[in-house]
Design a protein. Structure first.
Length: 97
């Protein structure tokens, strides 16, 4: 389920559907990060999620699994959490792109 969603995140329709489920502030920040990186949102979203999958430590995975276990749609909730963490990283580090 999560793997299928991740594999399809670079499709504009899938990325748009995910963006539509995010808090508007998070979605806006994701859009700005994509623009700052000279990327379209689907490519940015797919890259951010894939980077998480490759680099996340055990603590983040445990948090993500806990979030997913409680969710009705675990794949979507996982993507939402990851993108929220991308924005939180921006707020902590001051990064914008």
């Amino acid at each position: 389920m999560l793997g299928d969603l991740i594999a399809n995140l670079d499709r504009p329709d899938v990325a748009a559907a995910v963006l539509a489920t995010l808090d508007p502030n998070v979605a806006d920040r994701i859009e700005r990060r994509a623009a700052a990186a000279a990327m379209i949102a689907p490519d940015f979203i797919a890259g951010a999620v894939r980077e998480f999958v490759e680099r996340a430590d055990d603590e983040l995975w445990l948090q993500l699994l806990t979030i997913m276990r409680k969710a009705e749609d675990p794949g979507l909730v996982a993507i939402q959490a990851i993108l929220g963490w991308v924005v939180a990283d921006e707020q902590v580090t001051g990064r914008t792109g």
